[in-house]
Write a protein that binds this ligand. Structure first.
Ligand SMILES: *Cc1c(COP(=O)(O)O)cnc(C)c1O
Length: 388
């Protein structure tokens, strides 16, 4: 089969496009992970990664996917039979719940319609009702990648405080970190979970836990079985500039470069760029006469947009057409959204013209797939991009 000409547009919401700078940084020779050069790298990476989480505390880095980092957060802080409060915001929240139950936790899973974020009022109510403090943790997905809905974590924190409840706050920022404003310290998050292949513009392979002092104290009495994921030996090795098992050396080179890029642009500008691209994408969706999955104006994701197709149209067939004709990958509907929703990733290494190209491919694909749309989508999006 002939290779398609030109660049593939990888517009799924992760893995995202990896900048050439990052790819080049990763092509350096792999070094001795127990040597002095490595200790300098460890120290540099562990300090440069903190601002992205909004923390001055420790950040642990695992050779893992995001799923591994979920497990690390749970097994280091909780014990068998502990109750945790979680919210059915979408597919990823549902998978995290399954993991928690597999590990022997009891999950109070607040039902949801996959079109809204965590309701801070429900957090307040549930915790206020839990007079005996049986609930040990609140688990929330910041940016639910299956629905393109961003939960208001700052308000969740306030709800926990209003209830004067000691539960830990564990937050999945897997598809928001480096794209959407997030503040581990300021918002009193106890464990922030993330990974490399979304907003951080890296290939898959690194998982992260940013941890509070309260989370570290919880580890001392937590009894879920843990070994590979145990924070203890990793933190001890990090103190000396090393990792207790072999780290993903070349991904760490890439991480350092990606962090430099975020620092050069400045995080506030990075977040602003993502909000602008999301606004332009929503203008296109409205212009086409289609509907976003997200229902609450306050919760539209800056990182991606999920679009509902009208009844009788198959979102997967549409995505297949776009891939074949335009060499562009769009995100599939996940779980119960399969076939009815497609997702446009606009996070990571991305600019105005990349977005214009992406939306053009979507508009052409919708027309070719016979989805009834108005032609005004692209024009409406370009108008948003033309504004400063
Ligand atoms: C991608 C994603 C995950 C899963 O991460 P993996 O690296 O695939 O294990 C979990 N939560 C959210 C919100 C995600 O976007």
């Amino acid at each position: 089969m002939a290779q398609p000409i030109g660049r593939h547009f990888l517009q799924i919401p992760g893995p995202t496009n990896v900048p050439d700078r990052v790819l080049r940084a990763m092509s350096a020779p792999t070094i001795d992970h127990r040597g002095p050069e490595f200790a300098a790298l460890t120290r540099e990476v562990l300090s440069a990664v903190r601002p992205v989480f909004g923390t001055s505390g420790p950040v642990l880095i695992y050779p893992s996917s995001g799923t591994g980092a979920w497990e690390a957060a749970l097994v280091n802080t909780l014990s068998p039979g502990d109750r945790v409060l979680a919210f059915e915001t979408g597919h990823f929240a549902t998978l995290w719940r399954e993991m928690a139950e597999n590990l022997g936790l009891r999950v109070d899973f607040m039902p949801g319609d996959w079109r809204r974020g965590v309701d801070p009022e429900v957090v307040r109510q549930r915790l206020a009702d839990d007079a005996d403090h049986e609930i040990k943790a609140v688990c929330a997905v910041h940016n639910e990648t299956s629905t393109a809905v961003t939960s208001r974590i700052e308000e969740v924190r306030r709800a926990i405080d209003d209830a004067a409840h000691p539960a830990l706050l564990l937050v999945d920022t897997i598809s928001s970190l480096g794209s959407v404003d997030f503040r581990h310290d300021e918002w009193g998050v106890d464990v922030t979970i993330s990974c490399s292949q979304k907003g951080l513009m890296l290939p898959p392979g690194l998982g992260f836990n940013a941890i509070s002092e309260k989370a570290l104290r919880a580890r001392e009495s937590a009894t879920l079985p843990r070994s590979y994921w145990d924070w203890g030996p990793i933190l001890a090795a990090n103190e000396r500039g090393f990792f207790h098992s072999t780290p993903a050396t070349n991904l760490l080179y890439g991480l350092l470069e990606a962090l430099r890029m975020l620092e050069e642009e400045g995080l506030p500008e990075v977040f602003r760029r993502h909000r602008r691209h999301a606004a332009a994408t929503r203008a296109a969706v409205r212009g086409w006469g289609l509907e976003t999955l997200c229902l609450d104006e306050r919760e539209h994701s800056p990182a991606l947009t999920a679009v509902l197709l009208p009844q009788g149209h198959d979102a997967d067939a549409f995505r297949g057409l776009v891939l074949n004709r335009f060499n562009m990958s769009l995100g599939a509907g996940l779980g119960k959204l399969a076939g009815t929703v497609f997702r446009i990733g606009h996070l990571g290494d991305f600019n105005d013209v990349s977005l214009a190209g992406t939306l053009s491919g979507v508009q052409m694909g919708l027309e070719l797939a016979g989805v009834p749309i108005d032609q005004g989508g692209i024009t409406a999006a370009l108008r948003v991009l033309e504004e400063a």
